[in-house]
Design a protein around this ligand. Structure first.
Ligand code: AHG
Ligand code: MN
Ligand code: MN
Length: 336
């Protein structure tokens, strides 16, 4: 059986299944190329001079790492001239990046978290890139970056594609175009992403949870109750022993859940209540929620399905609970 590269997968999704357009195929290939470049830069580490602080802050007031800035540049440069995009938005940019007039405009909007898990860069732990693709509404005003923000404010149900790359022991690209979830592994010698798993499914039940326990005293009662019940183990109301994992790179935590199940929570808490949560809706929660639902899992804020939320601003934050369906439904149920 011939190796199924990302290019071939996309051609089949376009030509045989009619699931994607030629421009969306191009877009995903371009994103994957930028991710290869990011993967190479990360792989060089200290030898490439890419570790450490950039000496600047992003719009969220977070200190940028050199790799946050570099990854953002790679994605911007790769996607600017292909003619497939109307605009791009990123965690690392205050306002959307509109396509310069010297290039053709396309019909898609691309959002990304160029480097997820920044706190793990300097300690050689897996990081990633997350991306989400929307269609640009017809007649949208893209005349200024300020005006362009409006075009992006669509609920996650409108996503036409989403994915992430994990830069770990291997570099993986996990993708959905609304036709299930597939995983590609980067063949470093050949420089191609090769299909390694298709029709990925998240087991509906799990014994593994991921949450930053240091925030425990700030959580709301439903999450307090759920975590207490899991910790009570076999003797408790859930009747089984649970294990805990927290990588602190959402991509790595979600990828583990994609692989063997689990529940990931960054719930609303007293510390982040004013901001609406910790994780960003449009380029973290929405793409991950789309992938998780496509793999048979669930994703909520505790109160509502993430994909149904109507975004009010580009850098909006939300509480996130996602993963194995039965566990997500249980803790969502505790929220009443
Ligand atoms: P980013 O590096 O893009 O800012 O995202 C970091 C996020 C996410 O990847 C992770 O799940 C979470 O922040 C970790 O938060 P804590 O450091 O509070 O555990
Ligand atoms: Mn992130
Ligand atoms: Mn980031």
């Amino acid at each position: 059986m011939a190796r199924m590269t990302l290019s071939r997968y996309l051609i089949e999704e376009q030509r045989e299944k009619g699931v994607i357009t030629a421009d969306l195929k191009l877009l995903i290939e371009v994103v994957s190329r930028a991710c290869k470049a990011i993967s190479i830069a990360i792989g060089k580490g200290g030898l490439g001079g890419v570790l450490g602080e950039a000496g600047s802050d992003n719009v969220q007031g977070e200190a940028q790492k050199k790799l946050d800035v570099l990854s953002n540049e790679y994605l911007l440069e790769a996607n600017e001239w292909g003619g497939h995009l109307a605009a791009m938005a990123s965690e690392e940019m205050d306002l959307p990046h509109t396509i310069p007039h010297r290039y053709p405009q396309g019909e898609y909007l691309l959002l990304f978290d160029p480097l997820d898990g920044s706190s793990n860069i300097d300690v050689n732990i897996s990081v990633g890139t997350i991306f989400s693709v929307l269609k640009c509404p017809e007649g949208a005003d893209l005349s200024t970056p300020e005006a362009a923000e409006q075009a992006f404010l669509q609920p996650g149900t409108q996503q036409v594609a989403a994915g992430y790359t994990v830069y770990g022991p291997t570099t993986l690209l996990v993708l959905t175009v609304g036709d299930g979830v597939v995983e590609f592994t980067l063949d470093r010698e050949v420089g191609a992403f090769v299909l390694t798993r298709s029709a990925m499914r998240i087991p509906e039940d799990t014994k593994e949870f991921a949450i930053n326990m240091s925030n425990r005293r700030h959580w709301e009662a439903p999450v307090q109750r759920y975590v207490e019940e899991m910790q009570a183990g076999k003797e408790g109301p859930l009747g089984k022993d649970y294990n805990m994992r927290w990588v602190a790179s959402m991509v790595a935590d979600v990828h583990r859940i994609m692989t063997r199940g689990g529940i990931f929570m960054y719930p609303i808490d007293a510390k982040t209540r004013d901001k609406g949560g910790k994780l960003r809706l449009m380029y973290e929660a929405n793409p991950m929620a789309f992938l998780v639902e496509q793999a048979g899992g669930a994703a909520t804020t505790g109160y509502r399905r993430i994909l149904d939320l109507q975004p009010e601003k580009l850098h909006q934050r939300v509480p996130v609970i996602l993963g194995s369906k039965n566990e997500v439904l249980r803790v969502t149920g505790y929220h009443g």
